[in-house]
Write a protein that binds this ligand. Structure first.
Ligand code: SF4
Ligand code: SF4
Length: 275
C-alpha cells in the first residue's frame, strides 16, 4: 500500500466523521453542538525495528516494562503515529479560565478521545482489509497504564505504561518533548495522539531533531499556567500533583475531567516556538 493512501484515509476520517464533533444530546451548552474537536491530523512513521524504540526501555526513559513494537505484533514492519491537533475553538476557550477547563476542552478530552478510539478501530480494520495485520496498543488487552514499579500514586514512577503515544510520536518524527512533557509538533502541543503497529511497510519519517527536547525554549509559560504548580524549570513535570488536580476536575465535572492549561496559552500551543 502507498503511504499516501493511508494518510489520505486518515485525513478523510478526521475531516468527514460526524464523531469528530460534539453530539447535540451530550453538549454542555447548546452552542457547542457540532463543534469539531480536531483539525487535520499529522502522521509520522518509524520502522518497527528502529533502535530508538529499544532506548525507551532504559531506566529513566520509560523502563524495562515498555514493550517494543515486535512484542506487540511479531511481524511488525512499521509504527504509525497520528497527532490530532485541537481546533482553534477548543484552544481559545481553554486559554481563558486560568484554573478550570473550558467546556470545549472537556468535550475534546472525553468525546474527542472516544472519537480517537473509534478512529483506531477503523484504521486497524482498514489495514486488515488490505491484507495487513495491525494493532493499536492503547486498545490492546495487554496495554497497561498501571506502573509495574510502584502502586503508590504519590510517586512519579507510578505514572508510566507499557506503551507511550508521545514517545512513539517522537520516534515517528512528529516532535520533541516540552518542559510540560507534552510533545511539541509542527502543529503545536495542544492535541492528542494515537498509534498503530502494522505489518504494512512504509518509509520512515525523517526525525528533524537530535535531542528529545529540541523544540522547547524553556520559556516557563507552561509552568506559570499550571494551576497545580506541577511544572518547574528546575524539575520539569511532577506527575502526582497533576494527577491530583485532574481528580479535582473529575469531582467538579463528572463524568468528564481535564485541564490542558499547559497546552494552551503557551508559545508552543499551535506550532514550534521561536527562540
Ligand atoms: S511553554 Fe515554553 S517551556 Fe513549556 S513546553 Fe512550551 S516552549 Fe517549553
Ligand atoms: S494538565 Fe494541568 S495540572 Fe497537569 S501539568 Fe498541565 S497544567 Fe498542570
Amino acid at each position: 500500500m502507498e503511504k499516501e493512501q493511508l494518510t489520505g484515509h486518515i485525513n478523510d476520517l478526521v475531516k468527514d466523521s460526524p464523531d469528530n464533533s460534539v453530539a447535540s444530546d451530550v453538549a454542555l451548552r447548546p452552542d457547542l453542538a457540532g463543534m469539531p474537536f480536531f483539525d487535520e491530523p499529522l502522521a509520522g512513521f518509524a520502522a518497527a525495528d528502529d533502535p530508538y524504540f529499544a532506548e525507551l526501555k532504559k531506566p529513566g526513559v520509560i523502563g524495562e516494562h515498555f514493550l517494543l513494537p515486535r512484542d506487540w505484533l511479531r511481524e511488525a514492519k512499521t509504527v504509525v503515529s497520528v497527532f490530532f491537533p485541537h481546533t482553534k475553538q477548543v484552544k481559545t476557550a481553554n486559554r481563558k479560565n486560568k484554573e478550570w477547563p473550558a467546556d470545549e476542552w472537556l468535550h475534546a478530552r472525553i468525546e474527542g478521545q472516544a472519537f480517537i478510539a473509534g478512529f483506531c478501530r477503523h484504521i486497524t480494520a482498514f489495514l486488515k482489509d488490505q491484507g495487513f495485520d495491525c494493532i493499536a496498543p492503547a486498545l490492546d488487552p495487554r496495554f497497561s497504564a498501571k506502573s509495574p514499579l510502584t502502586a503508590d500514586t504519590t510517586q512519579q514512577d507510578y505514572y508510566t505504561s507499557n506503551w507511550s503515544e508521545r514517545h512513539a510520536a517522537h520516534v515517528c518524527g512528529l516532535g520533541t518533548f516540552g518542559l510540560s512533557r507534552g510533545l511539541i509538533t509542527a502543529r503545536g502541543v495542544s492535541g492528542r495522539f494515537a498509534s498503530f503497529i502494522t505489518t504494512a511497510c512504509f518509509e520512515p519519517t525523517p526525525r528533524l531533531y537530535s535531542g528529545a527536547q529540541d523544540y522547547c525554549t524553556r520559556c516557563g509559560a507552561c509552568a506559570r499556567r499550571c494551576p497545580a504548580k506541577a511544572i518547574s524549570l528546575e524539575a520539569g513535570k511532577n506527575h502526582p500533583p497533576c494527577s491530583q488536580f485532574l481528580d479535582r476536575t473529575t469531582e467538579k465535572y463528572r463524568p468528564r475531567y481535564g485541564c490542558g492549561k499547559c497546552q494552551t496559552g503557551v508559545p508552543c500551543e499551535s506550532g514550534i516556538p521561536k527562540r
